[in-house]
Ligand binder design. Structure first.
Ligand code: DAH
Length: 377
């Protein structure tokens, strides 16, 4: 409410009103201002200001009129002022209430409109995630080995040179270390031992045998690290599953039988396996396991008649290294090499996954491109 001249704050005499017939125009003017105010009250906040301006006990317009016009008016004006004031009061009270009802129902409607649910609209789609292909392959491999009596153990990715090399019969300056260059941790001077990112899961052979007595049958899934430059088949981080079986009567036959069983379960019963002599410091004899080429069925010839590009015409694909545990290793874990024997293997999971699913670039496993990941739900 804005009065250019705040009449209700002044006495009638000061306004120059002395005759009863001058009262009605005064109230008509006030009422017009009230009506303008009423139509400006659109929400709860402006309505409250409007209500207090007109009905406020201390300084609302009606109180001012009562105090300044009615109470001090001479008897000849009092009747006219009283009647006009009563009429104004009735109008003000009913209109203030009417505005309140209008604003409230408007607010309710707006809220209703906001909350109305349209069941015909398409819902928000929340795509369901899935396990990464590497995780899925880990799981397949674990399932196969668990079903034949192996248990799953995991170990630290940060290792000491003792577990990563020495206890696996790889002394310092052994040429094998050149193939397993890795990342060393920046440790404070005087640290007890250097620490490195493990280059293979084989250290867990040692850690497991230190803790358990034979029979031991474990597989070790995990991440490993090497200082390799990334290309289609190399990555500075990749995945392995180590296997170790040690008991009092494990033979080379148990070894090849177990591996063959695994390969057929993993790739399908149609594949053939073979092994070739190889070398690892912690196995003796050591072998490299091959599988008949899953792309050309072992023929070396592709479907179009040319040389199979995957096995380069050989009909065989190199799978992973393995062997009978070298007796020297038992010495590090205080097993008696005369009483126990066993086998170990270490496979690259990225490589197995690439072969099984026809993937030709290891980098896709680390790029998190949903278009790739979505193909393996
Ligand atoms: N640790 C070897 C590597 O990463 C793989 C390996 C070969 C593991 C033969 C074994 C094994 O347990 O017997 O290259």
């Amino acid at each position: 409410m804005s009065f250019s001249e705040n009449k209700p704050a002044q006495k009638l005499a000061d306004l120059g009103v002395t005759q009863p017939h001058e009262i009605a125009p005064l109230f008509t003017e006030i009422r017009a201002r009230f009506d303008a105010d009423a139509s400006a009250a659109h929400d709860e906040f402006t309505w409250k200001q409007f209500r207090d301006a007109w009905l406020g006990r201390k300084s609302g317009v009606l109180t001012l009129i009562t105090d300044n016009w009615l109470k001090p008016s001479p008897p000849e004006l009092k009747r006219a002022v009283g009647a006009a004031l009563n009429e104004l009061r009735a109008h003000v009270e009913s209109q203030v209430e009417a505005r309140r009802v209008a604003i409230e129902s408007g607010a309710d409607e707006a809220a209703l409109a906001r909350e109305r649910i349209d069941l015909s609209l398409p819902g928000a789609s929340r795509p369901i995630g899935s396990h990464h292909l590497i995780r899925q392959v880990f799981q397949q491999i674990e399932d196969i080995f668990v079903s034949i009596g192996f248990s799953v153990v995991e170990g630290p990715e940060i290792e000491t040179p003792y577990y990563n090399f020495e206890a696996l019969n790889i002394p310092e300056f052994h040429p094998v270390r050149d193939d397993m260059d890795t990342f060393y941790l920046d440790l404070p001077k005087g640290a007890e031992t250097p620490l490195l990112m493990r280059t293979h899961t084989s250290p867990m052979q040692i850690r497991t045998m230190e803790k358990r007595q034979p029979p031991v049958r474990v597989i070790v899934p995990g991440k490993v690290y090497r200082r390799d430059n990334p290309d289609a088949t190399h990555s500075f981080i990749f995945h392995q599953v180590e296997g170790l079986a040690v008991d009092t009567d494990i033979t080379f036959c148990d070894f090849t039988g177990t591996i063959e069983y695994f390969v057929k379960q993993f790739f399908g019963p149609g594949v053939k396996t073979r092994f070739r002599p190889s070398y690892f410091p912690f196995t003796e004899p050591s072998v490299e396991f091959d599988v008949s080429c899953i792309f050309c069925g072992g023929s070396g010839t592709s479907a179009s008649g040319g040389t199979c590009s995957k096995c380069k015409g050989a009909g065989w694909i190199e799978l992973f290294g393995a062997g009978m545990v070298d007796p020297a290793v038992y010495g590090f874990v205080k097993y008696d090499p005369k009483k126990v024997s066993g086998f170990a293997f270490g496979m690259g999971i990225d490589r197995l996954a690439m072969l099984k699913y026809g993937i030709d670039d290891i980098q896709v496993f680390f790029q998190h491109d949903a278009r790739f990941l979505r193909q393996f739900p």
